[in-house]
Design a protein around this ligand. Structure first.
Ligand SMILES: O=c1[nH]c(=O)c2nc[nH]c2[nH]1
Ligand SMILES: [Zn+2]
Length: 487
C-alpha cells in the first residue's frame, strides 16, 4: 500500500497488541485492541489523533462503524499486524521513540570520536569543523536527509535537533523533516563567544538569523509537526547579551529552549570563570532568561543540590545522553537519584555524534547499563533503572521533557498516533526466540511435559528480549500523526 492510498481514507483503525509505559516503571499491555485514528483533513482538531481505544475487540470494523455511524466502509482502513503469528505474541505496536537531544549536523561524525577526546578538545578537533562544513548546502541536504531517514528507521517519531549557525542549512533541515514526515523541534545554533573564527556569529547576526528562522518555520513552512526551538549552544559560547535577547524571544513567542548543562568538570570550571556573578552553571541560564518549563537541558550530570532545586522550581526537563556521557568520559548521570529528588521531566537523547548511535533503543540500553555502574560504585541497588523505566524514558519521559505529554508518548484518546510496529521475527531479525518461549495471546502454555518445570514466559519476558536484542531490523513500520512514514 502506498502513502497516497492511505491518505484517501478518512479513518484508520489499528488492531492488535498495544504496549506502552504510561507511568515510570509501568508496562501496559492491551491485547486484541482496536485504536481508531481520524484521518479526515476537514477536521483539523482530530486529524492524526486517537479517537477510541477498545480492548478485547473481536471485530475492529464493527467497532469503528459503531463509533461513528456516518463513516462508510470504503473510507475506513483496518491495519493489522504485518505478520500473523498464529496467535503468538511476536509483534506489537509501541509508541514512537522521542529523541530529546540530537545534533543532526554532526551525523557525518557518528561513530568517530577520537579515543583521547573529552568534551572541549573534541568540540574543537571534530565537531566545529564538521558543523561549519554544512554551510555548503549540498552537503547539508545529504546529511540531513540521511539522519532523518535513519532516526525514523529506528522508530524515532519525534526528535529535538541542533543544526548549525547557518540559517539556510537550518531551513533545509526543516524542509527535510517535513518531506520525511517526522515530528521535530529544530534549533538553529546560536554562538557568539569563545568559538573558532571560522564558526562564530556576532550577537546581532545570531539574533537576526534566529528571528528569520522562526519566521520561516511559522509563516512559510507552516507544518504543525515542525517547531523552532531557541538553541544557545552552551554558556561558554554565548554572551550575556545574546542569552538575554534570545531568552526574550523565546518568552514572547512561547518557544522551547535547548542547551547543554554540566557535562564535564573542565567545562563547569570554565563557566565559573566566565560568569563569576552567577551562583552555578544552572544559575547562568536562570539569570539570563533561559530557564523555564520549556527548557531542555542536555546532560546535567554533575549538578549540586541547589541546581537540582532550581531546575525543579523552573520545571525544566533533562535530556539524559548516556552513550555520549560514556564515550566522552563525561560522567554517569544519577537518573534514579534525580527522580528521588523530585525531577520527573527526564527523557533520553542520542546526542549524536558524541553518542555513536542514532537509535533511542541503544540509548535506553546504555541508560540501563550506566545506572548499573552507578549501583556498583555507590553500593546502592536503588540506583538501578529497570527495563520498563528505560522504556518510559524513551517515550513518556521524553514527551514530558518536551512539554508534549498531552500529545505524544503513549496510546491515549486525544493523543497523536505516533507509533512503531515491532516484529521480533521480522525477516532480517537477529533475535533468537524459541517457539516454546513465546506466550500465546490467550496466555496458554505449551503442552510439553518436560517444560513443566520451566517458568512460562510472559509478555514481560518478550519485551525484555526485544529491549536487549533488537535493533532497527525489528522496526517494521512507523507512523507519525497517523501517517505511515516507514514501510
Ligand atoms: O555533547 C555535546 N555536544 C556538543 O555539540 C556540545 N556543544 C557544547 N557542549 C556540547 N556537548
Ligand atoms: Zn549535545
Amino acid at each position: 500500500m502506498t502513502f497516497s492510498d492511505e491518505v484517501k481514507k478518512t479513518f484508520i483503525t489499528f488492531y492488535g497488541t498495544f504496549v506502552d509505559t504510561p507511568e515510570f516503571g509501568s508496562l501496559r499491555i492491551r491485547k486484541d485492541t482496536a485504536v481508531g485514528v481520524c484521518m479526515d483533513v476537514s477536521i483539523p482538531d482530530k486529524f492524526g489523533k486517537i479517537q477510541f481505544i477498545v480492548e478485547d475487540c473481536k471485530d475492529p470494523l464493527k467497532i469503528t462503524l459503531q463509533y461513528d455511524s456516518s463513516l462508510i466502509e470504503e473510507n475506513i482502513q483496518i491495519v493489522v499486524h504485518s505478520t500473523n503469528y498464529d496467535n503468538h505474541i511476536n509483534t506489537f505496536f509501541f509508541p514512537g521513540f522521542i529523541d530529546t537531544h540530537i545534533h543532526a549536523s554532526q551525523y557525518p561524525n557518528c561513530g568517530i570520536l577520537g579515543n583521547d577526546s573529552t568534551l572541549l578538545d573534541w568540540l574543537n578537533k571534530y565537531t566545529f569543523p564538521t558543523e561549519a562544513a554544512l554551510s555548503h548546502l549540498p552537503y547539508a541536504e545529504k546529511v540531513y536527509d540521511k539522519v532523518v531517514s535513519r532516526t525514523l528507521a529506528n522508530g524515532t517519531t519525534t526528535a529535538t535537533y541542533f543544526t548549525t549557525i547557518d540559517l539556510e542549512a537550518s531551513k533545509i533541515m526543516a524542509k527535510t523533516c517535513v518531506m520525511h514526515g517526522q515530528r521535530a523541534l529544530i534549533g538553529k545554533v546560536c554562538m557568539d563567544s569563545n568559538s573558532p573564527d571560522y564558526y562564530i556569529e556576532t550577537c546581532k547576526e545570531s539574533v537576526s538569523s534566529l528571528v528569520e528562522f522562526v519566521d520561516y518555520i511559522e509563516n512559510e513552512l507552516c507544518e504543525p509537526l515542525i517547531q523552532p526551538i531557541v538553541t544557545p549552544r552552551f554558556a561558554p559560547s554565548c554572551s550575556r547579551n545574546l542569552m538575554e535577547k534570545i531568552g526574550n524571544l523565546a518568552k514572547d513567542k512561547s518557544l522551547h529552549i535547548q542547551t547543554h548543562l554540566s557535562e564535564n568538570f573542565n567545562e563547569i570550571n570554565w563557566v565559573k570563570e566566565l560568569f563569576p556573578e552567577c551562583e552555578s552553571y544552572t544559575d547562568v541560564y536562570n539569570k539570563y532568561g533561559l530557564l523555564n518549563h520549556r527548557t531542555i537541558l542536555a546532560h546535567s550530570i554533575h549538578l549540586t543540590a541547589e541546581e537540582i532545586d532550581l531546575i525543579k522550581l523552573k520545571q525544566s526537563g533533562i535530556a539524559h545522553c548516556p552513550i555520549s556521557n560514556t564515550s566522552l568520559t563525561s560522567g554517569e548521570c544519577p537518573i534514579k537519584q534525580m527522580y528521588t529528588d523530585g525531577i520527573e521531566k527526564i527523557g533520553l537523547g542520542t546526542d549524536v555524534s558524541a553518542g555513536y548511535s542514532c537509535s533511542i533503543l541503544e540509548s535506553a540500553k546504555a541508560a540501563f547499563s550506566v545506572s548499573r555502574h552507578l549501583a556498583i560504585k555507590k553500593e546502592n541497588q536503588d540506583a538501578k533503572l529497570s527495563v520498563n523505566e528505560c522504556l518510559y524514558l524513551a517515550t513518556m519521559g521524553g514527551a514530558k521533557v518536551l512539554d508534549m505529554e498531552k500529545q505524544i508518548g503513549s496510546f491515549e484518546i486525544g493523543k497523536s498516533f505516533d507509533c512503531q510496529e515491532i516484529d521480533l521475527r521480522s525477516p532480517t531479525s537477529t533475535i533468537d526466540i524459541f517457539e516454546w518461549q513465546v506466550p500465546t495471546l490467550s496466555g496458554t502454555k505449551p503442552k510439553i511435559t518436560q517444560l513443566n518445570k520451566l517458568e512460562a514466559f510472559d509478555i514481560n519476558d518478550v519485551i525484555s528480549k526485544w529491549f536487549f536484542n533488537a535493533d532497527d531490523r525489528n522496526v517494521v513500520k512507523v507512523w507519525v500523526n497517523g501517517h505511515n512514514v516507514k514501510n
